[in-house]
Design a protein around this ligand. Structure first.
Ligand SMILES: Nc1ncnc2c1ncn2[C@@H]1O[C@H](COP(=O)(O)OP(=O)(O)OP(=O)(O)O)[C@@H](O)[C@H]1O
Length: 271
């Protein structure tokens, strides 16, 4: 009897046939005022992959995403998006190369409505220089209508100002704004910070949906829970250095190795 063709099943399939990374960091080093905060960080995210970087407050997570996004210059190392070196480029060039950022704190404008945010953020994709036009052809365009289909709550709140939105709605709007640049890499800085459990679940589901569209996702968070529930790979960052790299799938059955790497193992009660 002929062997049955393997079924597509997301993560497992991605592991069987690894694709070239959509985001690749090599020896990325950055800091402030002569002090080093990030030390020679290597990290890859394939198309459709979810990579979580988990670390305590001050570990360097925001510095990492800002350095990738061009908001902060690295002192050494490189950032590549779909093979293209964008290290040290200004943020608008990095965005044009396909890297979108959902910043910590959401950065929503209080006086603008949801609809105005979406109109201002929409950037039809252009061919990427040195990419032979491949970028524009393979990139699925996110229009305001398509984003509102994905985020129906925002459609309901279309005429409301940023200041009238709940924390969860602001997070959705920040995500919508990043998607309107039709990114191939999405950086999520603490996307569930301060959100109720129901919204955390929605964000987790959205991460899965966007990854299934082929977007490479790098999320940073102090909490191991989101990482365990959504990532293929989890990197632990301690004082700006990679101290552990773990496969996501086994952590869903037993997160203890991640808790141990973060030094979160409960202390046994004294007998
Ligand atoms: N603009 C800055 N100037 C000087 N030092 C900074 C600056 N931004 C961050 N730092 C320092 O860099 C280190 C890493 O900060 P970063 O915000 O990247 O960490 P984090 O892991 O994102 O923490 P948190 O979870 O608290 O946001 C900290 O010691 C912080 O004080």
């Amino acid at each position: 009897m002929p062997a049955t063709a393997p079924q597509s099943n997301g993560t497992a399939e991605r592991r069987d046939a690894p694709e070239p990374p959509m985001l690749q960091l090599n020896g990325l080093t950055a800091g402030y005022g002569g002090g080093t905060v990030l030390h020679e960080l290597d990290l890859d995210v394939p198309p459709g992959g979810v990579h979580a970087v988990v670390g305590h407050n001050g570990a360097g997570k925001t510095t990492l995403v800002h350095t990738i996004a061009g908001l902060h210059r690295p002192t050494a190392g490189s950032v590549r998006a779909n093979g293209r070196d964008v290290s040290g480029r200004p943020a608008h060039q990095v965005a044009r190369a396909g890297i979108g950022l959902v910043p910590q704190g959401r950065r929503v404008f209080a006086g603008l409505t949801v609809g105005e945010h979406l109109r201002l953020s929409y950037r039809p994709p252009r061919p990427v220089k040195g990419d032979g036009g491949r970028g524009a052809r393979h990139q699925r365009t996110w229009t305001p209508d398509r984003v509102l289909e994905l985020l129906p709550r925002l459609a309901e709140r279309r005429g409301h100002r940023g200041s009238d939105l709940s924390g969860g709605e602001q997070q959705m709007l920040a995500l919508a704004r990043a998607l309107l640049g039709s990114p191939r890499v999405l950086l999520l800085d603490e996307p569930t910070e301060g959100l109720a459990p129901l919204l955390v679940r929605q964000i987790r589901e959205l991460i899965g949906t966007l990854a299934s569209e082929g977007i490479a996702i790098l999320l940073v968070s102090p909490s191991p829970t989101l990482a365990v529930e959504s990532a293929d790979t989890v990197t632990v960052l301690t004082s700006g250095r990679v101290t552990a790299r773990l496969d996501g799938a086994p952590l869903r059955a037993d997160p203890a190795p991640l808790h141990a790497a973060l030094d979160l193992t409960p202390v046994p009660a004294p007998s």
